[in-house]
Design a protein around this ligand. Structure first.
Ligand code: APR
Length: 241
């Protein structure tokens, strides 16, 4: 069985990572309610105030050290191993810039919106693994440009990564599952319609109704930390039966 899972901020919420938009969880504010999105998540915002943008992503990167994967991340890693053992495949496509899927044991995670642990030189395009704070004084290790390094994050107005690869995986799957995403940002929000047009089964697991809930064959409402392990047990149990 080949499955593609698309994840969003909701899968990391129970780990203590802020979602971008407010949800029905009263304990959490959305990041975009705390910071103006056009200032911290656009190329124009970075050009206007790189100090603010570096500060915003330095906080997010530092916060990685304070959070751990939750049962939803671990369950997806278990599903990946379980399917692979039988010649199947689970492809995890994430909009998240955290590294909790990997720390939960998942392999080959496709980060379509970039990664906090990666830095990109805006002068020469060099990319490298980096956990340190960035500033306007940071120097690219490849071209030596001071101020070249920026967070390797796909901002609004930029092209998401790996789109051809993601589409190929959707074409090859039999089931497309969306977990913890509001369906507010394209192209990720359109993958369910692509999957439907290709005749795939579709399932949504989300705390609240998303913008695209009506596109899915089935929607399950609740917390990913509970519902994802239950769903994984169903899939692996059906396989073993
Ligand atoms: N379990 C399941 N779903 C949850 C949980 C939880 N514990 N907590 C919140 N959610 C759901 C919310 O109901 C909401 O629908 O997760 C969703 C999170 O939505 P967003 O904050 O919009 O996050 P996401 O969909 O990942 O955002 C997409 O927007 O700004 C950009 O680049 C950013 O990648 C991000 C993209």
């Amino acid at each position: 069985m080949n499955i593609v899972v698309l994840t969003g901020a909701g899968i990391s919420a129970e780990s203590g990572v802020d979602t971008f938009r407010a949800s029905s969880d009263p304990k959490r504010m959305g990041l975009w309610e705390q910071y103006p999105v056009e200032q911290v998540a656009t190329p124009e915002g970075f050009a206007a105030d790189p100090v603010l943008v570096h500060h915003f992503y330095n906080l997010r990167r530092q916060a990685l050290a304070t959070v751990e994967p939750n049962p939803a991340h671990f369950a997806l890693a278990e599903l990946q191993k379980g399917l692979a053992a039988n010649g199947g495949c689970l492809t995890i496509v994430t909009q998240n810039v955290d590294d909790l899927h990997e720390r939960g044991g998942a392999k080959d995670v496709i980060h379509m919106h970039g990664e906090l642990t990666s830095t990109l030189c805006s002068a020469c395009g060099w990319r490298w693994h980096n956990l340190d704070d960035l500033s306007v004084e940071s120097v690219c290790p490849s071209c030596q440009t001071r101020g070249g390094p920026r967070p390797d994050i796909v901002w609004f107005g930029e092209m998401p990564y790996h789109m051809d690869t993601i589409e190929a995986h959707i074409k090859a799957c039999s089931l497309f599952v969306s977990i913890g995403t509001s369906g507010a940002v394209y192209p990720a929000a359109g993958y369910v319609q692509m999957a439907r047009a290709l005749g795939k089964q579709t399932l949504e697991i989300n705390l609240d109704a998303s913008d695209g809930s009506h596109f899915f064959h089935e929607s399950r409402r609740g917390k990913a930390g509970t519902l994802v392990p239950e769903w994984v047990d169903e899939i692996l149990g059906a396989r073993d039966a």
